[in-house]
Design a protein around this ligand. Structure first.
Ligand code: AMP
Length: 305
């Protein structure tokens, strides 16, 4: 394997300083590893925007709650390096926890308001404080011109964009579309926790989003009725709903059931499939439905399923 793996902050900083000094643009793709097609699309996008792409693989402890899956989160650095290289990355940074959080560290970055609803409400606002803190550290070490983030984690992307604006950070954030499996399920490292049965039932998530998009396209503007439609589709497959929310697409303010939606709104869902927490979202009025439903038959973008 030829892709260099760095583990020390100073090594990465020196490397990136040299790359920038030679006039090359550095692109950053932060990940927690267990790379899949979603991550690879970010790497390819970063490669198209930068001369040198750094992929970071770090399961960040500060964004996990005490009862979450930090310990069992899938880790496979060797496979990740191979995939990252194939997608066009130049280097993988895989630090240990002490490298990113030196003993006695006390500093956190919090983006107020945007961190509170949706996943902030169910996982706790510390979740996004952990995300914003680790991304700030990675920006500080790498000094990237561009950094790619997936729309699959819509709230996270909104928080990083706001953080970059508020802190005047010299990095361009490149949002990337959600990559989906053939049945519409968003690619996720956590999908590998699903057994066959839950994997099949999880396909109700993109179906529910698509139903809502179709209803919205036909003129449905009631937040309550759209929520009910999505919930029913998820519950039919015995998925446990964490939240189904309609929110303003930039402020993430939640629409009450009585609200009439504007021409564009965020539909965001989080469910538990067995013990596995899965999230997904769709911009109603803007994005294509992940699964097209025609006369009772379910069609994926590739054809009849
Ligand atoms: P993670 O390793 O899950 O923390 O994700 C790292 C980056 O990959 C984040 O910017 C995610 O939004 C992005 N990502 C994860 N899954 C997908 C997907 N299915 N499509 C596009 N981007 C994704």
């Amino acid at each position: 394997m030829s892709l260099p793996i760095l583990k020390k902050v100073e090594e990465l900083r020196t490397h990136c300083d040299l790359v920038r000094a030679s006039g090359r643009r550095v692109g950053l793709v932060p990940t927690m590893g267990a790379l899949h097609e979603g991550h690879l699309s970010l790497i390819r996008k970063a490669r198209s925007e930068a001369d040198e792409v750094i992929v970071t693989v770090f399961v960040n402890p500060t964004q996990f709650g005490p009862n979450e899956d930090f310990e069992r989160y899938p880790r496979n650095l060797e496979a990740d390096c191979r995939l990252a290289e194939e997608a066009g990355a130049h280097l993988v940074f895989a630090p240990n926890v002490e490298a990113m959080y030196p003993p006695g560290e006390k500093t956190r970055v919090t983006v107020a308001d945007l961190s509170a609803p949706l996943c902030g409400a169910s996982r706790g606002p510390e979740h996004f404080t952990g995300v914003a803190t680790v991304v700030t550290k990675l920006f500080a070490v790498v000094g990237p011109c561009v950094a790619a983030f997936g729309r699959k984690d819509y709230q996270q992307l909104a928080i990083i964009q706001r953080m970059v604006r508020d802190l005047l950070l010299p990095v361009q954030i490149v949002p990337c579309p959600t990559v989906r499996e053939p049945d519409g399920l968003a690619a996720s490292s956590r999908n590998r926790y699903l057994d066959e049965g839950w994997r099949r039932r999880a396909a109700a998530i993109p179906r529910a989003l698509s139903l809502a998009q179709a209803a919205f396209a036909s003129g449905e503007r009631s937040a309550g009725r759209l929520r009910a439609l999505v919930r029913a589709e998820l519950e039919e497959q015995r998925l446990t709903i964490d939240y189904v929310e309609l929110a303003e697409s930039s402020t993430l303010e939640i629409y009450a059931d009585s609200a009439r939606l504007p021409a564009r709104a965020l539909l965001a869902v989080a469910v538990l499939a067995g013990g596995t927490r899965l999230i997904d979202n769709l911009l109603l009025g803007e994005e294509a439905a992940p699964v097209a439903r025609l006369g009772g038959a379910v069609l994926t973008s590739g054809g009849a399923a």
